[in-house]
Design a protein around this ligand. Structure first.
Ligand code: 5GP
Ligand code: ZN
Length: 117
């Protein structure tokens, strides 16, 4: 656990979350500010700052996060129409919480991945 990390506090049960899926090493819960009808965050329980750090430090755990994201999509009924998995990384990537998380979003057409420049 990393002190003052919001998502570590959710893992520890110190901050409530609407959990939709849990494995030994991962936790998935609904985003507090959903950007789509389904918007779930999937995290490793262990603290890693971002997906690049996770991939280097513990690639097996990175795989578990991806598998958990796919399982969330299945449980949330997203497989038939598709969905998007997003890892925002760093400042330009729009990352606000520096505990790696996959956004699993879907439930409606999501539009283009990015706005045209
Ligand atoms: P980022 O911008 O780092 O990729 O995404 C962080 C996400 O965490 C945002 O979509 C934001 O809505 C979500 N978030 C921030 N605080 C909380 C919280 O306390 N609980 C939950 N469930 N989600 C949060
Ligand atoms: Zn953390």
């Amino acid at each position: 656990m990393s002190a003052d990390c919001l998502f570590c506090k959710i893992v520890a049960g110190e901050i409530p979350a609407d959990v939709v899926h849990e494995t030994g090493a991962t936790l998935a819960f609904r985003d507090i500010g959903p950007k789509a009808p389904v918007h779930v965050l999937v995290i490793p329980k262990a603290h890693h700052a971002d997906v690049a750090a996770l991939a280097v430090t513990d690639p097996a755990l990175a795989g578990e996060v991806l598998a958990a994201a796919a399982e969330v999509a299945r449980k949330e009924g997203l497989l038939a129409h598709g969905y998007r998995t997003i890892f925002n990384t760093g400042g330009y990537g729009g990352q606000e919480v520096f505990h790696v998380h996959a956004h699993v979003v879907g439930g409606a057409p999501l539009g283009p991945m990015l706005s045209p420049r």
